[in-house]
Design a protein around this ligand. Structure first.
Ligand code: NAP
Length: 248
């Protein structure tokens, strides 16, 4: 029987020490998965402890995923430590919101490098291992901003739209090797990323969410768990919006 269980699987999750990535890591551990996580500024000690309590393994790697060499080291050391990589979740992301007229080169480059180049570099490293194993799943975290656009987010929307194109192209490249590539597009989720937004922006966002509430990190993690699981074995190249209906 196929199920949501990830028993016997090993995953790498980027940006897993807080927010959406952390909840994905917790749900994966609870589903029986061993995980490799990168930490940049936020330590991963609590995830390592939780893994021990659940009888799972969590290998924490210091890595800045905006750097290609760090992405490659994250994937290779995790594979060496945990034995293999079945699942890659490209979650790490940042915002540097401002109108295009005021956007400096650094705000553009840092968002593109952290959000999009990391997906390229981690996926390239993981796909090499998955091709050899003739199986694997890559789940990329994009955003409704990459679908609808959002004033003040030209850099972020471009990076997230780029991830959608990347997802579909890679899915076509590797399907014959039994590797699935999918994306999840969250709407407005309560995390540190959105807590810095002014109240007026948050109130306006709430008005355009048909389900009438902001997303919780569990809403996104459950969709990622499903897509990474054997239950989603016939789904590839798909972008699943998890947004309370915001972008329909
Ligand atoms: P968050 O709370 O700000 O967490 C971001 C995570 O990414 C942190 O763990 C952070 O690690 C990590 N990270 C950032 N830059 C990194 C780098 N250079 N190297 C390694 N790790 C790095 O954000 P979130 O809301 O959970 O967002 C997670 C993903 O969902 C992002 O891709 C975001 O674009 C996407 N998303 C979020 C929303 C939302 O409403 N929250 C909506 C749509 C899409 P440190 O703590 O070490 O910096």
């Amino acid at each position: 029987m196929k199920s949501l269980s990830l028993e016997g699987k090993t995953a790498v999750i980027t940006g897993a020490t807080r927010g959406i990535g952390r909840t994905i890591a917790v749900e994966f551990l609870k589903a029986g998965c061993d995980i490799g996580v990168n930490y940049n500024r936020t330590p991963a000690d609590d995830l390592v402890e939780l893994a021990e309590q659940l009888g799972r393994r969590c290998y924490a790697v210091p890595a800045d995923v905006s750097k290609v060499e760090d992405c490659e080291r994250l994937v290779s050391t995790t594979a060496a430590e945990l034995g293999k990589i079945d699942i890659l979740v490209n979650n790490a992301g940042i915002t540097r919101d401002t109108l295009l007229m005021r956007m400096d080169n650094e705000a553009w480059d840092s968002v593109i490098e952290t959000n999009m180049r990391s997906v390229f570099a981690c996926s390239r490293a993981a796909v090499k291992l998955m091709m050899r194993a003739r199986s694997g799943v890559i789940v990329n975290i994009t955003s409704v901003s990459g679908i609808m656009g959002n004033a003040g987010q030209c850099n972020y929307s471009a990076s997230k739209a780029g991830i959608i194109g990347f997802t579909k192209s890679l899915a076509r490249e590797v399907s014959s090797r039994n590797i699935r590539v999918v994306a999840v597009a969250p709407g407005f989720v309560t995390t540190e990323m959105t807590s810095v937004l002014p109240d007026a922006v948050r109130e306006n966002a709430l008005k355009v969410i048909p389900l009438g509430r902001f997303g919780q990190t569990e809403d996104i993690a459950h969709a990622v768990l499903f897509l990474a699981s054997p239950l989603a074995g016939y789904i590839t190249g798909e972008v699943l919006r998890v947004d309370g209906g915001m972008a329909m």
